[in-house]
Design a protein around this ligand. Structure first.
Ligand code: NAP
Ligand code: SF4
Length: 680
């Protein structure tokens, strides 16, 4: 039986991406899969309604197939004590409404079955050998032969439960360093029985799992195996072993191979913004040459152009996008309708998706506040359109204007400078953060399409604003100038002057402030000019042909050359960079260490003169010899207009940095802007 979806009409430019593909007993309507993501929606009130809304929105956006977050096949494979499981047939049936609703929108849905192995944050976690993972405090117990046979059975039962619930198939998680992946490499598998030692023995467990699932669920059930296409750990699998495993998984009955890149403990960034787009496309390409079932490329693929290029060049048969489906659930639909320039692009910041999951919050999205909160937003035009003045064209102002105009309000956006973007223009200068340009493009195109009136180079007077139904003050922030003697010395620059290119820093630089902007500025300063994307591989010790064991050919933490000698300072005695995001902070800290950046915490600033920056550290005076001193010491709100409006009795709502400068970032600015527009 072939379960057929309605095919998308194609626009020409993205023919391959939008073309259907047979996968096992199914025909996918296009080549885009929503990759598995843990959302934590299952732990919310009314979890089925919220999960249904989440997946349905992506199905309406025409993704061919959605893969859920991981469900453990048993009690010892959970990610943590609250982690979702698929081992109870009755509980699994509660998921049926999600499957039905996704099918009603013409998409397919598969459940991911994930045994966390030694990454399970529980007492009594299990692994091939009792070796603790560097990212988990729990030491795993070595699985017995009986444990392994029981777990194979558990994978089959969990898959049967998913099938009974209405899922079209399962994705068996065999990458990212989880249990099945742990069996495949000697790094974590030191066994001497039939489940360890030779390549055949190390591959036996995943192969037996696939066979058992196929036998239990029959031919009309989709089996996707997520294979580790590059482990990115020392003594990881070489290409020939990955290819051998792929071929055996195909023979065992899998319909499709999805690819995972890098174990969670790898010291190489794999998905965050420092990774160039498409950096991993060579890894699935190696596998695709050796199997006849479809192969999926994943990680840092966030535009239809790149996706099309990967497919046309033959690197993969399908594209998996996870975070891009948070950023814009209608990615495929917009591509098909010739509206690719209206796609809200995932900027790989991880701030509201992974970082939220790590802090036990529901996954969201910095550029799309609706993600994970679908039931909280209105998606239809308002009955009574109003006139809205938005003052300030940074992230908060643009988000308000774009959302309000989309809902049907008449919006005028005032911006004092000659261009939109505000702090986003500065953020995008940091290495890898040029993805913010996509956010600007998204807002601009959507505002234009929805008829926003732009008034650039305009600081409105109180009179200009008095006729509007609502006035929004989104005037942002200005860099804080700390009270340090000599702060007006010519060698002092603000982060805005450095990142905008107004001032070029000298060879020796002191950065005052070790927050997110201090780190970004330090990275900007040490990065050699026009560093090509190809240098990503040499910087992090990655074999760009993906043939060496673990796809590494150097030390991910090894030193690299630096454009400048930089010292970053802060007054607090905390570890510098403590406030950075969980999933990106380690990358920035390691990148700066590799470039030889010095960190000084617990300093007092005594003064600035021709010799440099005078500090006291542990009671001892010291001079940081610097040609340039960059102020990254936070921001102050810019809200002078509000005071003038209040004096005239004109009400206004203040959002973003103008409301609260501390802890401001694009995440809060966009969220506040969109939610305010929803309230008009
Ligand atoms: P921030 O994170 O608040 O850091 C400001 C830094 O300036 C701190 O290191 C602070 O350390 C120092 N400072 C504050 N007042 C000072 C004073 N009067 N004199 C000298 N030093 C002073 O602010 P930010 O770096 O400007 O970042 C703004 C926002 O953007 C933050 O919310 C941040 O999270 C976000 N952001 C995040 C990232 C990222 O995660 N990658 C990147 C960019 C921006 P001491 O007080 O200890 O000296
Ligand atoms: Fe992408 Fe950032 Fe949104 Fe996560 S929060 S989906 S990384 S844009």
């Amino acid at each position: 039986m072939v379960r057929q979806q309605t095919n998308s009409a194609s626009t020409g430019k993205y023919d391959r991406l939008l073309s259907p593909l047979r996968v096992g007993a199914f025909e996918l309507r296009n080549r885009v899969i929503m990759g598995s993501m843990h959302t934590r929606l299952e732990s919310e009130d009314d979890p089925i309604t919220k999960q249904t809304a989440f997946y349905v929105e992506r199905a309406r956006g025409e993704v061919a197939l959605a893969i859920t977050g991981g469900f453990s096949p048993n009690a010892d494979g959970v990610m943590d004590s609250e982690g979702p499981r698929m081992d109870d047939a009755e509980e699994a049936l509660k998921l049926t409404p999600i499957c039905d609703a996704v099918h009603a929108e013409g998409s397919l849905i598969c459940a991911q079955i994930l045994h966390a192995g030694r990454y399970a944050k529980i007492e009594g976690c299990v692994a091939p050998s009792p070796i603790r993972a560097p990212i988990n405090r729990f030491v795993p117990r070595e699985m017995t032969g009986a444990d392994i046979l029981r777990t194979i059975e558990d994978f089959a039962s969990a898959s049967a439960n998913a099938q009974a619930a209405g899922f079209d198939g399962v994705e068996i998680m065999g990458s990212e360093g989880y249990l099945l992946n742990e069996f495949t490499v000697p790094h974590t598998n030191k066994r001497t029985d039939e489940w360890g030692g030779s390549v055949e023995n190390r591959h036996r467990f995943p192969i037996e799992v696939v066979k058992a699932v196929r036998q239990r669920c029959g031919p009309d059930f989709m089996i996707i195996y997520r294979i580790s296409a590059a482990d990115l750990i020392e003594n990881g699998a070489p290409t020939e072993e990955i290819i051998a495993l792929a071929q055996k998984i195909e023979a065992a009955g899998a319909d499709m191979l999805n690819t995972g890149i890098g174990w969670h403990e790898a010291r190489v960034p794999t998905i965050a913004y420092p990774v160039p787009r498409g950096a991993w496309r060579g890894a699935p390409s190696n596998i695709k040459q050796a199997v006849s079932i479809p192969v999926v490329a994943s990680n840092r693929i966030n535009t239809p152009d790149l996706a099309e290029d990967i497919l046309v060049s033959g690197d993969a048969d399908l594209i998996s996008m996870a975070r891009p489906m948070l950023a814009d659930p209608h990615f495929v639909r917009k591509t098909r309708e010739g509206r690719a320039d209206e796609i809200n692009t995932c900027i790989a910041c991880n701030q509201a998706c992974l970082d939220y999951i790590f802090s036990e919050k529901v996954a969201g999205c910095l550029v799309n506040p609706r993600a994970g909160h679908e039931t909280e937003f209105r998606n239809t035009p308002v009955d009574v359109p109003k006139s809205i003045a938005v003052v300030g064209g940074g992230a908060a102002g643009m988000a308000t204007a774009a959302e309000a105009s989309w809902l049907g309000h008449g919006v005028t956006l005032f911006e004092g400078s000659d261009k939109l973007g505000g702090q986003l223009n500065l953020a995008s200068a940091a290495p890898g953060k040029d993805e913010f340009d996509e956010t600007l493009r998204f807002f601009k195109n959507n505002m234009r399409k929805n008829g926003v009136t732009f008034k650039l180079n305009t600081r409105p007077s109180v009179d200009d604003l008095k006729e509007f139904d609502h006035v929004v003050i989104a005037t942002g922030v200005t860099p804080r100038i700390p009270k340090i003697p000599g702060v007006d010395h010519p060698k002092v620059a603000t982060y805005a002057q450095i990142l905008s290119g107004e001032i070029t820093a000298g060879k020796r630089v002191a950065v005052i402030g070790a927050g997110g902007i201090g780190f970004d500025v330090a990275e900007y300063l040490v990065t050699l000019p026009a560093q090509p994307d190809a240098e990503f591989y040499s910087t992090w010790g990655v074999d760009e042909k993906f043939t060496t064991p673990g796809a590494l050919n150097g030390d991910p933490l090894g030193a690299v050359s630096s454009a400048r000698q930089v010292t970053v300072l802060q007054r607090k005695s905390d570890k510098p960079g403590k406030t950075l995001g969980v999933s990106t902070g380690w990358i920035l800290r390691n990148a700066l260490r590799k470039h030889g950046v010095e960190m000084r915490a617990g300093v007092s600033y005594e003064g600035i003169d021709d010799a440099g920056l005078h500090i006291t550290l542990d009671g001892k005076p010291e001079v940081i010899a610097a040609d340039t001193i960059v102020l990254c010491s936070g921001q102050e709100s810019e809200r002078s207009l509000l005071d003038a409006l209040e004096q005239k009795g004109i009400g206004a709502t203040v959002i973003g940095g103008a409301k609260e400068a501390s802890e401001l970032d694009a995440l809060r600015a966009i969220n506040e802007g969109v939610r305010l527009a929803q309230s008009f």
